[in-house]
Design a protein around this ligand. Structure first.
Ligand code: KE4
Length: 447
């Protein structure tokens, strides 16, 4: 079972929890329509033993379920809702775009506008291409890396998630630097074996992979802040070593900034950490909550993408005007001072959570980069996905349930980030810390 499936689980939750007529009805109908009753596995709440919520609306830092209950929200649409839900300027931008019709099937002014905003913020994207999801963008970046280098192998990191394309849904082989094995049913071993999986924050393992396969690795794809094993900050020097190792071997460095892009700084993680990758993958915030992905980078590389070059990639709704409008409205509001506010919010929440855990006597490891954070139920912060995945999942499930009952909605998986927004003010953060104090006590009571 792939580590991602291991932590998102599947199927309806267990014990009775949030019940209500409308939500029960919608949940039942969804279960009769969609696999596991959801359109993305983590939404099934399988990892936290609760029936999945059906959320009907969001406003600022809160979301409302189908029965009318409101929750202080830290899912944040899995990252895009950095301004808070239904920000008036974003809603108005989408409304105005809609009056011009929807996708018209040709290049439009709004994709040009968003493309220029992206490049101004992240200059390494000398050229870029919009897609409709992060998966598409990551898949296309990997295809481009292989097409540009003429090499087949790709290195990724355990716990790293880059969407669900076959070659990236893999698990580590038996031993460092060995070829990967399928991480999902339906992924052919032949496809999986073109990927090598090594531990995050272990540059020596990356060097070993390159030593084992000299001149054969097309790219290293990395989340510069890993956030799909919970938040794992890059160890000092890790990203710099990746840049040096790939440069020395003629391989490409691909930053998957689907989560970190426009989240951890105005220039993403590459701006925060001062590393220039060859290619970057974007999603989530760049679309302001609408379906948008993007990949881009060196002009010489992007010049190989169809129709300019031999690497094919396409998409009916790529650059969708309403999505472009949402993304542009969002980026325009993310001025540099907003990141100071996000940093302060993250620090305030982290301090509140640390104090609450200490008061309850709950050992936790809290990791944070800006407005991304994770509370791991283990002593000390993990540095690798393996350490993260060994955290106490049952304790997280109890914590999640207690927070939910207190009106605070966390990610229904112990290995996701808490996504703060600019709508989370001091009141909301202090409300969260107070709820956490009781929730940590509930965790202790349940041991
Ligand atoms: P999408 O295809 O879901 O738009 O993006 C895939 C993707 C790519 N790269 C990174 C670093 C990502 O985190 C993701 C998707 N993130 C998950 C949550 N961690 C999306 C939530 C879900 O799968 O429902």
């Amino acid at each position: 079972m792939s580590s991602r499936r291991a932590v998102t689980g599947g199927g309806a939750g267990g014990a009775a929890a949030t019940r209500g007529d409308a939500m029960d009805d919608l949940r039942a109908r969804a279960e009769g329509l969609f696999p596991g009753g959801v359109n993305s596995p983590v939404r099934a709440f399988g990892a936290v033993g609760r029936p999945p919520l059906v959320l009907a609306a969001g406003a600022g830092p809160r979301v409302r379920d189908a029965d009318g209950r409101w929750y202080l929200d830290y899912i944040g649409s899995w990252g895009p809702a950095i301004l808070g839900h239904a920000h008036p300027a974003v809603v108005e931008a989408v409304r105005a775009a809609a009056l011009d019709g929807f996708a018209l099937g040709a290049t439009g002014p709004r994709e040009v506008e968003l493309g220029e905003l992206v490049r101004a913020a992240m200059p390494s994207l000398e050229r870029l291409r919009f897609t409709s999801s992060g998966t598409e963008a990551a898949m296309s970046a990997v295809r481009l890396a292989r097409g540009a280098t003429g090499r087949d192998l790709v290195v990724k990191f355990s716990g790293g998630y880059h969407g669900h394309s076959d070659g990236l849904l893999v698990e580590a082989g038996s031993g460092v630097a060995t070829l990967a094995i399928p991480g999902s049913a339906g992924v052919p071993a032949a496809i999986a074996s073109a990927t090598i999986v090594v531990p995050y924050n272990d540059p020596d393992a990356v060097a070993a992979a390159f030593a084992a396969h000299p001149g054969r690795i097309a790219a290293v794809i990395v989340e510069p802040v890993a956030a799909n094993a919970g938040v794992l900050p890059p160890a000092p020097g890790f990203l710099e070593r990746l840049r040096a190792i790939t440069m020395a071997d003629g391989a490409l460095l691909v930053f998957d900034e689907v989560i970190t892009g426009f989240r951890v700084g105005p220039g993403g993680a590459q701006g925060r950490f001062g590393i220039r990758p060859d290619l970057t993958v974007l999603g989530k915030i760049v679309g302001g909550g609408m379906p948008v992905g993007a990949y881009g980078g060196r002009a010489d590389l992007m010049g190989l993408v169809a129709p300019a070059g031999p690497v094919y990639q396409a998409g009916t709704l790529s650059g969708h005007p309403l999505a472009m409008a949402a993304g542009a409205a969002t980026l325009r509001l993310l001025t540099p001072d907003r990141y100071d506010a996000l940093e302060a919010a993250g620090a305030r929440l982290e301090a509140g959570l640390r104090a609450a855990a200490a008061a309850a006597g709950t050992p936790v490891g809290i990791t944070r980069v800006g407005s991304l954070l994770t509370v791991f139920f283990r002593s000390g912060a993990p540095a690798t996905a393996e350490e993260a995945f060994a955290a106490d999942r049952a304790a997280y499930a109890r914590f999640f349930g207690a927070m939910l009952d207190a009106g605070v909605l966390l990610a229904p998986s112990p290995f996701e980030a808490w996504f703060l927004s600019l709508a989370h003010g001091e009141g909301e953060l202090d409300e969260t810390a107070a709820a956490a104090a009781a929730a940590f006590a509930a965790v202790e009571a349940g041991r």
